[in-house]
Ligand binder design. Structure first.
Ligand code: BGC
Length: 763
């Protein structure tokens, strides 16, 4: 397999910061849990983290965050009484790698222990077939005979940012099975980890000490022999679909896994991964750098796709740890969801079910924020109930150590529209109306109701306005009529009306039941009025630029460099009350440009160009969500080099792991699935120029010069297509298994693509 399917490090840098970044880069995940890319012998100080999806806990007043599970993969060798670790032992060589084809983590380290050479190799994967299961193959050999103890078991010294989250911990060994059970501190949710091991040779003793539930397996190792251990670890938490106790479920899972053996577990895992790639790989010919970065980005998304039926969503730092409270932001609907809905709609539906399940939380938030609103105001930082985990003082000031009042939670109202628009997009692109009929339409209507309740009607201007908000640009808080916010609210009214019409025509009784349930029938005409009269800031007649919010032009026209030069502390936040960007036109991230990307067909080429040229030099890109929006609009307006530059920036973010890890006093290290989704969008929507509508798919390629071809798959209305774009031709192959004919517009030409048919157009 070529190196475009692997990411590898050839050395080990024994520094805290490097261990943290490597842990992010080499993490693996299966949607149920993530496992950071740390070494077998590492512990909580090296940020070993097995972060679980969908379970949260709070200790005291500290931030509520996801649970990290005890580490059942822990293994350390003791050679002639000397404990071996990459942190202390001399290393002759070290490699670690991750395979993008199947999320397999591998390490290979040659240690010098006294005068002996000891080689440690391990492989681990989180089963893509059995989400609760982790499997490890660990082997070692020495060049001289040695007395070895393999200390392996479950380490329950758990790394937490705001813990400890696990209480009433009990460690046990019974019938060769190691277990650790615990409860969460806040809600008493149960958790169990079980570990079983398979090996050929050695005498085993059991020890519980220093929060380690350990097997000590002694072996008189012969020079040149390889000794191999297979570990099967299961994590089960409350809410998982098992009958009986969590402990018994975990025991059962590892017992079955041990019986199947490593190879058979691995084959089942690989088969699942092969299916994922079959749908989702994108091939770029002629540019290995872009290919690897894009594939790594897609890989990150595939790894963290929620488990089927879990109705979990994807946190802003995926499952790479507890950063950002493990919370779900607009990142998911606006930056990750497009990838899934265009390639893997089975996952897209889970993401949206999560929003349906948390609708009550959004209702509670609407009712309790500010002057009290109606409808659904989704959490800025959403956890399992949909109540907002974002605090009113969400960033620490490194100068004073005090927390700064931020209004992300109470004023960033575009979140509800982001959810509503994604809900409709799913229906439009899949024609699957099950979601709409089972909560989706209710979400959309409640979001429209929220905007109606938030909006002000200006009688003198005969229009609705949205005052006192934050747009995506978080450096400017409490502004009026932010273009992104107003546009997404306007679209929310539109999709609410469309949803009502669709249900009226097709499921009239469902609609009646819904309107009665949420008592909203009288408000539908108001949504129509609000849609018609909501103020949308317009492009300036002369310049074409849309003012990001009222009176933005009155702010100081400083450069990004000017603003940065005013910073006193390197981790200082540029926004909030006194941030150095607040009084200037320097923005944190794509705002008007994100809007122009989302609604690109509503604006002319000239307007998009004028805005891109105006806002690009004013954008600090203080968020990983920014670069992709600039890449997308740059591709759209034919600024190919800029599109490529911003594409690479977003695609390489996690692969290079050079991002900033502190904002204010807050640790932000971890992966960036929104940027990963942005890399896919920049490629498919940007360079391939794909846009799907309810009645057609249009493909308007803007292939980057260096690329010889771009090939990918699309899912549209339940059918699948293989697409290839070269500098002189676009080909669309409708798969033979497809059911319906669909309209494609390639450049200017319109085609109907029947099942099994290939259409091509030359330029
Ligand atoms: C960005 C938000 C984003 C959040 C999580 C912030 O820095 O400004 O737009 O949702 O990070 O990624």
């Amino acid at each position: 397999m070529s190196n475009l399917w692997k990411v590898k490090a050839d050395n080990f840098i024994n520094e805290k910061e490097s261990i943290m970044r490597t842990g992010n880069m080499f993490q693996i995940s299966n949607g149920y849990m993530g496992y950071r890319g740390t070494l077998d012998e590492f512990g909580s100080e090296q940020l070993v983290g097995i972060t679980l999806a969908g379970i949260f806990d709070q200790v005291g007043d500290a931030w509520r965050e996801p649970i990290n599970a005890p580490n059942g993969a822990y293994t350390k060798l003791v050679v002639d009484g000397i404990s071996v670790s990459a942190l202390k032992t001399e290393i002759i060589s070290h490699t670690q790698q991750i395979s993008l084809s199947n999320a397999l983590f591998e390490r290979d380290t040659l240690f010098a222990v006294n005068n002996k050479q000891v080689q440690v190799k391990s492989k681990r994967f989180l089963s893509a077939e059995t989400p609760n299961l982790m499997v490890v193959e660990y082997s070692f050999s020495t060049n001289v005979d040695a007395e070895i103890s393999v200390n392996t078991g479950i380490d329950y010294n758990v790394w937490d940012l705001n813990g400890p989250h696990l209480v009433d911990i009990e460690a046990n060994k019974s019938n060769n099975m190691l277990t650790v059970i615990a409860k969460t501190h806040e809600l008493g949710k149960k958790l169990a980890v079980a570990e079983l091991i398979d090996y050929a040779e050695g005498d085993e003793q059991h020890l519980i000490s220093n929060n380690l539930n350990l097997r000590l397996i002694s072996i008189k190792a012969k020079a040149g022999n390889t000794y191999t251990f297979y570990k099967y670890v299961a994590v089960v938490k409350q809410g998982d679909p098992f009958k009986g106790s969590k402990k018994n479920a975990a025991i059962e899972l590892v017992s079955v896994a041990l019986q199947k053996g490593f190879s058979s577990n691995f084959e089942a895992h690989n088969a699942q991964w092969a299916k994922k790639w079959e749908k989702c790989d994108v091939k770029i010919e002629g540019d290995d750098e872009a290919q690897l970065a894009l594939r790594y980005s897609i890989f990150q998304l595939l790894m963290v796709a929620p488990v089927k039926g879990s109705a979990n969503s994807i946190p802003a730092r995926a499952l790479s740890g507890q950063v950002y409270k493990g919370a779900i932001f607009w990142d998911t609907e606006m930056f990750m969801f497009p990838f899934f809905v265009y390639t893997y709609p089975e996952v897209a539906i889970e993401l949206l079910k999560y929003r349906i399940n948390t609708l009550d939380g959004a209702r509670r938030k609407a009712a309790s924020e500010g002057i009290g609103y109606r409808g659904a105001f989704y959490a800025w930082e959403s956890q399992e109930t949909g109540d907002d985990a974002c605090t009113y003082f969400n960033i620490g000031d490194p100068h004073t150590g005090r927390d700064l009042r931020t209004h992300f939670r109470d004023k960033q109202i575009h979140i509800s529209g982001d959810v509503a628009v994604a809900m409709w997009e799913y229906f439009k692109l899949t024609t699957d109306d099950s979601l709409l009929r089972n909560g989706g339409a209710e979400v959309i209507l409640e979001c429209a109701r929220f905007y109606y309740s938030y909006a002000y009607y200006k009688k003198d201007k005969d229009r609705y306005e949205l005052l006192d908000v934050i747009g995506p640009d978080e450096y400017h808080e409490r502004v009026n009529n932010n273009i992104f916010t107003n546009k997404i609210a306007s679209e929310t009214f539109r999709v609410a009306l469309d949803a009502v019409n669709y249900l009226k025509e097709n499921f009239a009784s469902d609609l009646d039941a819904l309107l009665a349930k949420i008592e909203i029938a009288n408000e539908i005409p108001l949504f129509q009025e609000a849609f018609e009269k909501l103020y949308l800031p317009q492009p300036d007649k002369e310049t074409g630029v849309i003012e990001q919010f009222d009176a933005y032009y009155k702010l100081e026209d400083a450069t990004v460099e000017d603003v940065k030069s005013r910073v006193i502390h390197p981790n200082e936040y540029l926004g909030a009350g006194q941030g150095v960007a607040v009084q200037t036109q320097v923005i944190k991230q794509a705002d008007a440009i994100m809007m122009l990307n989302l609604f690109k067909e509503h604006y002319s080429h000239e307007v998009k160009k004028a805005n891109w040229e105006f806002y690009e030099p004013r954008t600090e890109h203080g968020s990983s969500l920014s670069a992709c929006a600039y890449a997308l609009v740059a591709a759209d307006i034919g600024k190919s080099e800029w599109a490529y530059k911003y594409f690479l920036k977003t695609a390489k973010l996690d692969l290079e792991a050079k991002y900033k890890v502190y904002v204010g006093t807050i640790f932000m290290g971890g992966s960036h699935p929104a940027a990963n989704g942005g890399a896919w969008m920049a490629t498919i929507f940007g360079f391939a120029g794909v846009k799907a509508y309810s009645n057609k798919v249009s493909i308007n390629p803007k292939l980057y010069d260096k690329w010889k071809s771009l090939s990918f798959n699309l899912s549209y209305k339940g059918d699948n297509f293989a697409i290839k774009i070269t500098p002189d031709e676009t080909t669309v192959q409708s798969l033979g298994s497809n059911i319906a004919s669909h309209k494609f517009v390639l450049g200017e030409k319109e085609f109907v693509c029947d099942p099994g048919r290939k259409i091509e157009t030359k330029y």
